[in-house]
Design a protein around this ligand. Structure first.
Ligand code: NAI
Ligand code: SF4
Length: 409
């Protein structure tokens, strides 16, 4: 079975939490609990500010996307809002599939109304009458809780026509994925919703111009959206002064789970909170698409991790101790990418297979020609693949070879 929400949040109940303030504390089924703990004050504030005012606050907050790519959310909203072509669509990307990522699940299970309210605000700001919540099929409890929250909000005038008597029309349709990692790529989501094969489209055009059904579309990750609530409740500047970020901590730690920190906390400080087991050898940041690091003094910011040749990505902190068989782990990562490649473009379809084969040979016998081949294949995938899957499929392997000396003789 799945881990109960409160067990997944070791900090649950702490008064200083922002994004996780209700998780493990309120009854996730109860709209009254949600409202009693500040729910729907952000939407009321949004109505006071007007759509352009909301976008100004989000721009001023500096919020960037939490799915992993860190694109400025306000710029996305602004670009969609000004498109003359209608209708506009909102898509919440809840197809959380990066290995080691489980923050969105915990938010959706523990505080489902927060996502419903945040989607309503995003739709109001960008002029979307319809929102799709695209959620991974392997999250049945989150699906059930969101379906309940959507139906309850609708029955209480918080979705549908004339929301809160302010003339806003907006509704949410929940769509479940069917187990493919690639269907979390934003344009593959469009194809999936439209009933086509879940393959990425080439960008540009970006979704803000031409997205779902060829119309201007805002795509935001779950965590990105729920950040809009404290931005409106506190104001952009107060929010930015202590900006919250969720981290998914797993592996060789004593207290795994989702942690909320303010940006800039170092990896070492986080591991002091979680406790470690064994002797920490490395940390995989950003998941399978990320990189292994050994320097624990890295500040956990998008820029700080980039400077360290890694990525914050979706907030994965997977701790590796000295009992882990790194060759096995690299093979598992390579197998994952080979399996999940959609096969549409050659560099990724062929490259992920060649990478896995070379790693198999290297784990039996280290041969320089295989190391050279790995690098060439990896660089080709990075440079020539259509989407992020192929572009990142070599990152973790490369970092393990270069920083951990996995195939040193
Ligand atoms: P991307 O950099 O192509 O795009 C990021 C976002 O910015 C997209 O919504 C894109 O449409 C938008 N964008 C970029 N340039 C734009 C422009 N000029 N105008 C308007 N919009 C623009 O990255 P992508 O492929 O969307 O995401 C890659 C990231 O996803 C990786 O960092 C990886 O860590 C993460 N990821 C997360 C997963 C998860 O489960 N959370 C799973 C797999 C990958
Ligand atoms: Fe498909 Fe891989 Fe090409 Fe992405 S990079 S479109 S997953 S084959």
């Amino acid at each position: 079975g799945e881990t109960p929400v409160k067990d997944a949040v070791p900090q649950a109940g702490r008064p200083d939490l922002v994004l996780l303030r209700r998780v493990g504390v309120v009854d996730p089924a109860s709209l009254d609990d949600y409202r009693a703990t500040g729910g729907y004050t952000a939407l009321r504030r949004a109505f006071e500010l007007g759509p352009a005012g909301v976008i100004r606050e989000v721009l001023e907050s500096g919020l960037v996307g939490r799915g992993g790519a860190a694109f400025p959310t306000g710029r996305k909203w602004e670009a969609t809002a000004r498109q003359p072509d209608h209708p506009h669509y909102l898509v919440c990307n809840a197809d959380e599939s990066e290995p080691g990522t489980f923050k969105d699940r915990v938010v959706m299970e523990g505080d489902p109304y927060a996502l419903v309210e945040a989607m309503t605000i995003a739709a109001y700001a960008t002029g979307c009458a319809k929102g799709y919540l695209y959620i991974r099929g392997e999250y049945p409890r989150a699906v059930a809780r969101l379906q309940h929250a959507i139906a309850t909000a609708r029955s209480r005038g918080l979705l549908g026509d004339d929301i809160l008597g302010k003339g806003l029309s907006f509704d949410i349709e929940l769509r479940r994925g069917a187990g493919a990692y690639i269907c979390g790529e934003e344009t593959a989501i469009f194809n999936s919703i439209e009933g086509r094969r879940g393959e990425p489209r080439s960008k540009p055009p970006f979704p803000v111009e031409k997205g779902l059904f060829g119309k201007p579309t805002v795509v935001n990750n779950v965590e990105t959206l729920v950040n809009v609530l404290p931005i409106l409740e506190r104001g952009a500047q107060a929010y930015a002064a202590a900006e919250p970020k969720l981290f998914c901590v797993s592996g060789a730690v004593e207290r795994p789970g989702v942690y909320e920190l303010t940006f800039g906390t170092t990896l070492r400080e986080l591991l002091d909170m979680t406790g470690t087991t064994g002797t920490t050898r490395a940390v995989l940041l950003g998941g399978a698409a990320g990189a292994f690091v050994t320097d624990l003094d890295i500040p956990l910011t998008f820029q700080g991790t980039r400077d360290a040749g890694a990525t914050l990505g979706s907030g994965v902190v997977l701790v590796i101790d000295d009992t882990v068989d790194m060759k096995r782990m690299l093979l598992r990562i390579a197998e994952f990418f080979r399996d999940e490649s959609c096969g549409q473009c050659v560099p990724c379809r062929v490259g992920t297979v060649r990478q896995e084969e070379a790693l198999h040979r290297l784990s039996r016998r280290v041969d320089d020609s295989d190391l050279v081949l790995l690098r060439e294949v990896g660089q080709t995938m990075r440079d020539a693949s259509i989407c992020g899957l192929g572009q990142t499929a070599w990152n973790a392997v490369e970092s393990a070879i270069d920083r951990l000396g996995v195939f040193n003789r």
